[in-house]
Each structure stands twice: as structure tokens, then as C-alpha cells.
Design a protein around this ligand. Structure first.
Ligand code: B12
Ligand code: SF4
Length: 472
């Protein structure tokens, strides 16, 4: 059987004005995971529209397309194209799960939820010529004993981080704005791989650098401890994501650092307790955000701070306050978002009931556009504040100031190199991407992520000492 798997790109990723490096970070791991359920006799092609142009004149037996919210329109166009030729088109992923009725007219089969149980079931039905039109993942979700990801299908030199990996699914928390509860509805919302299987998957990855794309790598203490014990001594350098509270609790973060954690994506999101309560982000309430930054910095772990603007308690000063805090506390990179009510989430439902959704053009649901009516800000002020936050945070002055907040010379240098490398060298990234040689940048990334030792901290400046975190 001939199978084509496609990760369509969002319109913006194809624009000459956009940042190609952002879309050349990670390979299509979800599709490579699904490909592992195909038989060795199947002829499979995996294409990633973000990083390659591909032929659409072919006629595979089965076309598998992954749909995110911002690539939905292109995904539907590709689906319609292949259906018109008589190919069987299967659509799945987050957006299909949120809006099955929107996706269904473009597909022969749609999939709701994670694919590890439903896709093999569909394949068996398809081979018998009895495929269903909808498969829903409900009970019996597990990632124990899943086959190894088909990494042979990934064109490694097109990605800065070819070694992305997930060893858990979902998250134990329930934030109202997050995709998670909608995607995992009807079954378990957080489950983990077996430690030895996760370690075996890591062993299969060449080089030193890894990026765990798990929503919350510290979410299951027992699993994480086992994983980090197994990884100690492997010489890996890795990045991942976790919540504020999990960084403060116990000594898991020290174990992660010993296992090679060098940079962590942390969901600070907002300093306002009212915002935290309203979005059910309970795990951040009354947590000392500065202590999180200090603890990670002392372990030599760089921080990618996630911050959301436009929640109902935010007014015009939220942008400057957030940037000041991030710079003072040595946050290496910041990911700012304009609050975005994704369909399927409790936030979307609430906004819809209040009549506050202003557009349903999914291309704009990329956290860079205002798609609802904010409470205390005008849409224009929210967008302008968001844009300003990015340019202020990544100004040379603030990158230097943030770097200087760390105790060791090496951490300062790493911070500066990482932040500047990410935001200030676009032409260089473009050249390397065009040459399809992103692999030559990996040693540089690994050098920036090497261990920092002797992190004696400087005495906090009076400004830093005076800074307070409302949520703390
Ligand atoms: C890595 C990542 C990226 C990477 C690259 C993605 C890639 N190459 O795959 C980059 C940095 C480019 C990125 C960018 C963006 N991302 Co992103 N990203 C992620 C992240 C962290 C991990 C995705 C992943 O690999 N998961 C692991 C694999 C194994 O799971 P999976 O891909 O979901 O696949 C499984 C299922 O979905 C299902 N499945 C998927 N497709 C299909 C198809 C069929 C037929 C079947 C049967 C099953 C199936 O089966 C797979 C196995 O279970 C997720 C968060 C998350 N936890 O998912 C956010 C996430 C997907 N991103 C999100 C968003 C909003 C964006 C951006 C718009 C953000 C922005 N401001 O720019 C952009 C746009 C991306 C785009 N192309 O449209 C949202 C999506 C919300 C939504 N409702 O669609 C998420 C959920 C983050 C969040 N919490 O809000 N992202
Ligand atoms: S902690 Fe993060 S991944 Fe988990 S539910 Fe909240 S926003 Fe989603």
C-alpha cells in the first residue's frame, strides 16, 4: 500500500516575510509516531510542508494529514485535492478533535484524540476495505509497548532539533485555555511511557542534544525520577517544559539537572492571582515566581518563560511589568502570547457565551492576533503591547541586562548567546536553512547548552530585591 503522510504548513510559514527558523525546529513527530503502525511492506512518504515543497500529482492509496488550528485551511485544501483523485484521506490531530464537524466534509475518515489506539485499528479495517468514518480515542489509552517512532522517515538535516521526543502524553493540570482537556476528553488525560522504553528511545537518538516536547516532563514524579536516574551519565543535554510548582517542589529539578537538563520552558503565564483563578491555573497561585527563576538559574538551567497577555485582569501596564520582571530575573527567552481561545477549550466556550469572539478565521489563532474582545484593553492596545513586549525584551540592552543577572560568567555568556542567536541572526539561519544544513548548527547549540558550574549568585540589586511578584 502507498501511504502519504503530510504535515501542512500554515500560510504564514510560507510567507517570505516570516521566520523560517521557527518552522525548522522540530520534525513531524506525531506523524512519525503513527507511521510506526504501518507494515514494512507499505511504501510510505512523510512530508513536512514547513520545510520542503512536495509533489501533489501522485495518487497514494492512503493520505494521512495532521491538522493544527493554524494549518487547518491548507490541510482541508490538500485533503480535498487528494479526495478528488479518489485517494482515501484520513484527518486527525488537535483541530479535528476540537471541530470534527468542520473537518469531516474534507475527509473519508476523521480521528478524535491521540492516535496510538485508533490508527492501528483503522489500518486493520482499511486493509479489509471496511474503514469507518470516525474513530474516537476513549478508554484503554496507553503508550506502553508502542513501536519505535519511524525516525528513518525524518529528513534530519532540515531541522535544528531533529531529536525531539515525547515520553508522556497530556498533563495532570486543567488550565481553562489549554488544548489538553478537549483533546483527551473521554479517556485518560495524562499517561506516561515505561521508563525502560523511554530510555531505549533516547538511546536510538544520535548526538547529544534532545528536546522533550512533553507538556510537563516533571508531571509524574515516579516516572521522571526513573527517567532521570537512567539518563544520568548518558552525557545528554536536553530541554523540556514544566510547571512553576513542579520546579519548586522536592528535588526533582536537581535530578533533572544532573541528567542533563539545560533549559526549561516554564508556564508563568500571568502575575495576577485573579487571572490565575479565572483560568483555573491553580498550580501557579501563591507560588514565588522569583524563587523559580533563582532555583533554575542556580542550577545553570536557562529559562524560556511563557507569558500570556490579554486576560481579563490585564490592563495597559501588564506589558512593561512583565518584560521588566523577565529581564530582572534572568529569563533567557520569553514566549509572549496574546490570549487565544482555542475551540474546544473552556475559555472558548465562556467567550462564546459572552459573545466576545470577534473572528473565526483560524489563521489568526496563532497567539499573535487578537481574536476576541478583551476586558480592560482595546484590541489595538493589546496587539501593540504584545509587539512592544517582544521588541523590548529582545533589545540588545535587555538581553545584556538579563544575562548579567546570573552568578557565573559562563551562564551569562550562555544566556546572551542563546537569546541573541535565537532572535538576532535571522539572515544566518536563512542561509543555513536554504543550504539544508541545519545539522551543522547542532554542535553550536550543544556548546551553548553545556553545563554551568559554580553558580555563585551576585547580591541582588536593590531594584531586584524590591521587585515583588503578585502571584508569590
Ligand atoms: C512542537 C510544537 C510545535 C512546533 C512544531 C510542530 C511539529 N513540527 O509538529 C512549532 C514550534 C513549529 C509549533 C508552532 C506552533 N504551534 Co505548536 N506545539 C508543539 C507541541 C509543543 C508539541 C507537538 C508534538 O509534537 N506533540 C507530540 C506528538 C506525538 O503528538 P501530536 O503531534 O499531537 O500527534 C498525535 C495526535 O495529535 C494524533 N494525530 C495527529 N495527527 C493525526 C492524523 C491522523 C490521521 C491520526 C489518526 C492521528 C493524528 O496522533 C499523534 C499520536 O498520538 C504542541 C503541544 C502538544 N503537547 O501537543 C504545541 C501545539 C500543537 N502548538 C500550538 C500552536 C497554537 C502553535 C502555533 C500556532 C503557535 C504560534 N504562536 O506560533 C504555531 C503554528 C504551528 C502550525 N504549523 O500551525 C497549539 C495548538 C492548538 C490547537 N488547538 O491546534 C499546541 C497544542 C500548544 C498549546 N498548548 O496551545 N508548535
Ligand atoms: S499546565 Fe500547561 S499543558 Fe498543563 S493544562 Fe496547564 S497549560 Fe496545559
Amino acid at each position: 500500500m502507498k501511504v502519504k503522510m503530510i504535515l501542512p504548513a500554515l500560510t504564514e510559514a510560507k510567507s517570505p516575510f516570516w521566520r523560517p527558523i521557527k518552522y525548522s525546529l522540530f520534525p513531524p513527530l506525531g506523524l512519525a509516531t503513527l507511521a510506526s503502525y504501518l507494515s514494512p511492506d507499505d511504501e510510505v512518504e512523510l512530508v513536512d510542508d514547513h520545510v520542503e515543497t512536495f509533489n501533489t500529482n501522485d495518487e497514494p492509496d492512503l493520505v494521512v494529514i495532521q491538522v493544527y488550528i493554524t494549518n487547518a485551511y491548507r490541510a482541508y485544501r490538500l485533503a480535498d485535492h487528494y479526495r478528488a483523485k479518489g485517494c482515501h484521506v484520513a484527518l486527525g490531530g488537535l483541530h479535528v478533535t476540537s471541530l470534527p464537524h468542520e473537518a469531516a466534509p474534507h475527509a473519508d475518515t476523521i480521528f478524535l484524540g491521540p492516535g496510538e489506539q485508533t490508527f492501528p485499528q483503522f489500518l486493520a479495517d482499511f486493509r479489509r476495505d471496511e474503514p469507518l468514518s470516525v474513530y474516537t480515542s476513549t478508554s484503554g489509552r496507553t503508550i506502553h509497548g508502542i513501536p519505535p517512532v519511524r525516525r528513518d522517515l525524518i529528513k534530519r538535516n532540515r531541522y535544528l532539533v531533529p531529536n525531539s521526543i515525547v515520553v508522556t502524553r497530556g498533563c495532570p493540570q486543567h488550565c481553562d485555555f489549554c488544548y489538553k482537556d478537549a483533546f483527551f476528553e473521554g479517556g485518560k488525560g495524562f499517561y506516561v511511557q515505561q521508563v525502560d522504553e523511554a530510555l531505549a528511545e533516547i538511546e536510538r537518538l544520535p548526538g547529544r542534544h534532545l528536546y522533550f516536547l512533553d507538556d510537563h516532563i516533571l508531571g509524574n514524579r515516579r516516572f521522571a525520577e526513573g527517567l532521570f536516574d537512567g539518563m544520568r551519565g548518558m552525557g545528554r543535554l536536553w530541554q523540556g517544559a514544566a510547571t512553576v510548582d513542579s520546579v519548586l517542589r522536592g528535588d526533582l529539578i536537581e535530578k533533572a539537572a544532573e541528567a542533563g537538563l539545560r533549559s526549561l520552558f516554564v508556564g508563568f503565564e500571568t502575575f495576577s492571582p485573579a487571572n490565575l483563578r479565572a483560568s483555573n491555573k491553580k498550580q501557579n497561585l501563591a507560588r514565588d515566581y522569583e524563587a523559580v527563576a533563582r532555583r533554575l538559574s542556580d542550577l545553570g538551567i536557562m529559562i524560556n518563560g511563557s507569558f500570556v497577555f490579554g486576560m481579563d485582569d490585564d490592563d495597559t501596564d501588564v506589558f512593561d511589568r512583565t518584560v521588566d520582571w523577565a529581564v530582572r530575573n534572568g529569563i533567557t527567552t520569553s514566549t509572549f502570547h496574546i490570549q487565544t481561545p482555542y475551540p474546544g477549550t473552556r475559555l472558548y466556550k465562556a467567550m462564546e457565551e459572552q459573545g466576545r469572539i470577534t473572528t473565526r478565521n483560524w489563521d489568526l489563532y496563532d497567539t499573535r492576533h487578537v481574536v476576541y474582545r478583551p476586558a480592560k484593553l482595546t484590541p489595538g492596545a493589546l496587539k501593540a503591547g504584545y509587539d512592544r513586549a517582544y521588541s523590548d525584551f529582545y533589545s540588545w540592552r535587555n538581553m545584556a541586562a538579563g544575562a548579567l543577572s546570573h552568578g557565573s560568567q559562563k551562564h551569562r555568556a550562555k544566556h546572551f548567546a542563546y537569546a541573541a542567536g535565537w532572535k538576532k541572526f535571522e539572515p544566518l539561519w536563512d542561509i543555513v536553512i536554504k543550504a539544508r544544513r541545519l545539522d551543522i548548527m547542532t554542535p553550536m547549540l550543544e556548546a551553548v547548552l553545556t553545563k554551568v558550574t559554580g553558580t555563585g549568585r551576585p547580591k541582588p540589586s536593590s531594584a531586584a530585591a524590591a521587585a515583588s511578584v503578585e502571584a508569590g
